[in-house]
Design a protein around this ligand. Structure first.
Ligand SMILES: NC(=O)c1ccc[n+]([C@@H]2O[C@H](COP(=O)([O-])OP(=O)(O)OC[C@H]3O[C@@H](n4cnc5c(N)ncnc54)[C@H](O)[C@@H]3O)[C@@H](O)[C@H]2O)c1
Length: 253
């Protein structure tokens, strides 16, 4: 699908992988809607890209519905949804202070997994009502999993489970949306240099990078965005989760 002149919605677009993705989509001529809970950063990036910002809590049904409706009203029906909004926490299931609080687990599942599903259901419904392109395609939904879906470390129970859910959601959604001409994909990134890791001291960053076989460095957000663009552009890629990790396989801790 050629994104030029099409609408692309990016959640988590105010920062990191989402911001790089929004930038790449805009440079290919897409009209970008940035969806994030961080209004200051989200607005700044949307202004910079000639797009529009929509405040949202992706884990909340009413908030997402209002934001998607506002975006469709302002920009039009999206042909692309990229789910990048996400959070991570580190906690043992049984820690020094006893069992992990259940809401700490639920919160990560709600933002990462339920949030991605929430935006998918709303945007795919809108896409299903649009006119198909000359190849019968109406759109593509790309969500962000993680290598933690496959090799979750100690302390990543909630995060790994949320990302595993995104992996498992990809094929049934692709199968269901086939009749609409909507493709569904996911990317499982390894370790990327986004604000989360930028905050770590250089020696810690180097330690993380040392575990990555080739290239032996953290991923660049632009490399994530490049894969999004390749996925959007290739109509035959569907129902798949692609690892983007320099052959990293995370150890238990
Ligand atoms: N950076 C990495 O190394 C890495 C590796 C694997 C997977 N990921 C995943 O990639 C995605 C993006 O990560 P990043 O490193 O760019 O993180 P980031 O913190 O830089 O960006 C995440 C964005 O999501 C937004 N957000 C969080 N909760 C939200 C909510 N409930 N509603 C709306 N917006 C919300 C934040 O405001 C932020 O702008 C996440 O899903 C993360 O789990 C990142």
């Amino acid at each position: 699908m050629d994104v030029s002149g099409r609408k692309a919605f990016v959640t988590g677009g105010a920062s990191g992988l989402g911001a790089a993705t929004a930038r790449a989509l805009a440079s290919s001529g897409a009209i970008v809607g940035i969806f994030d809970r961080d209004a200051d950063k989200g607005r700044a990036i949307a202004d910079d890209l000639g797009g529009q910002f929509f405040a949202v809590d992706v884990s909340d049904a009413a908030s997402a519905e209002a934001a998607v409706n506002a975006a469709i009203g302002a920009l039009g029906t999206p042909s692309v949804l990229v789910n990048c909004a996400g959070i991570g926490t580190a906690a043992r299931i049984v820690g020094r202070d006893g069992p992990m609080p259940l809401d700490a687990f639920s919160r990560v599942i709600n933002v990462n997994l339920v949030g991605s599903f929430n935006m998918m259901r709303l945007c795919a419904h809108a896409m299903s009502l649009a006119e198909p392109d000359e190849n019968g395609q109406r759109g593509v939904v790309i969500s962000t999993a993680s290598v933690a879906a496959y090799e979750g470390q100690i302390g990543q129970a909630a995060y790994a489970a949320s990302k595993g859910g995104i992996v498992s959601l990809t094929l049934p959604a692709a199968r269901e949306f086939a009749r609409f001409g909507i493709r569904v994909l996911a990317i499982a990134p390894g370790l990327f240099l986004t604000p989360l890791l930028e905050g770590l001291p250089p020696e810690t960053q180097d330690g993380l990078a040392a575990a990555i076989p080739n290239p032996p460095r953290l991923g660049k957000p632009s490399e994530f965005a490049d894969l999004v663009m390749a996925m959007v552009g290739n109509d035959y890629l569907n129902g798949e989760v692609v690892r983007l990790d320099g052959a990293l396989r995370m150890q238990a801790k």
